[in-house]
Design a protein around this ligand. Structure first.
Ligand SMILES: Cc1cc2nc3c(=O)[nH]c(=O)nc-3n(C[C@H](O)[C@H](O)[C@H](O)COP(=O)(O)O)c2cc1C
Length: 219
């Protein structure tokens, strides 16, 4: 009889503990999930700010008078941009005339995977500027593609399909005109190829890209 009573007490205690543990586990999971969502939100926000800051670096400010961030266009899908996804580009205008387009492109063959780029091209097919928006290249080797580490990427400004022959769109080691890095040829090779392809893309679609009716003036 007394054995039964103590068994019951133990069972009740165990059940209480289990319920407490379950509640504690649930609350912890909610807190962890909540802070993960908050962090993700912050990361996405920081990414957006960085993208926008980079976007505004591409075309010199004195050359356009529209809000580039509010002038997006849907880009025709093409392998030349390194993805089959529908991408969004941006138009810079002066006196309502399109003067340049900013195209996102992906170099799929970086040393550590994809390198994401923003490529500004003037209406005459000349490169305004190229910037890297995302990469995973090795610090000290492949990361010289960003402007906070080196000026390497500034060399593209002014280059075009007209003033640079097809064979020259390579790193010097491969017979082209673009510098590679000491001990790191794969990263610059991937970027040069992607920039060259983006210019070919512009050559193919420029009429469509620069057409006025393409622009979606965002609210
Ligand atoms: C740990 C490690 C990391 C490397 N990271 C890069 C990199 O980020 N970018 C790059 O171009 N090469 C990197 N390299 C060097 C490449 O393996 C390769 O040797 C170099 O790019 C020269 O390529 P090439 O033989 O085609 O000229 C790395 C090598 C090692 C061992």
């Amino acid at each position: 009889m007394s054995n039964n009573i103590s068994n019951n007490i133990w069972l009740k205690l165990a059940a209480k503990k289990s319920i407490c543990l379950a509640i504690f586990g649930f609350i912890s999971a909610v807190i962890i999930a909540g802070s993960w969502l908050l962090t993700l939100d912050k990361i996405n926000y920081q990414k957006k700010i960085y993208q926008e800051k980079t976007l505004l670096e591409i075309i010199p400010k004195n050359l356009y008078d529209n809000s580039i961030l509010d002038s997006s266009i849907k880009l025709p899908v093409s392998n030349l941009l390194g993805t089959r996804k529908q991408l969004e580009g941006y138009i810079a205008k002066s006196n309502q005339q399109p003067i340049a387009v900013i195209i996102p492109a992906i170099a799929p063959d970086g040393y550590n995977g994809k390198i994401e780029l923003l490529i500004g091209i003037y209406a005459n097919g000349e490169l305004a500027a190229v910037r890297v928006t995302k990469h995973q290249e090795t610090p000290g080797l492949g990361d010289k593609i960003t402007t906070d580490i080196s000026n390497w990427i500034l060399a593209f400004t002014g280059m075009s399909l007209t003033n640079t022959t097809s064979n020259s769109w390579q790193v010097k080691k491969d017979g082209g005109v673009i510098d590679q890095f000491v001990g790191a040829t794969i990263t610059p090779r991937a970027v040069v190829t992607a920039v060259h392809k983006a210019l070919q893309y512009f050559h193919e679609y420029n009429t469509q890209l620069l057409a006025d009716n393409q622009v979606t003036e965002n609210e």
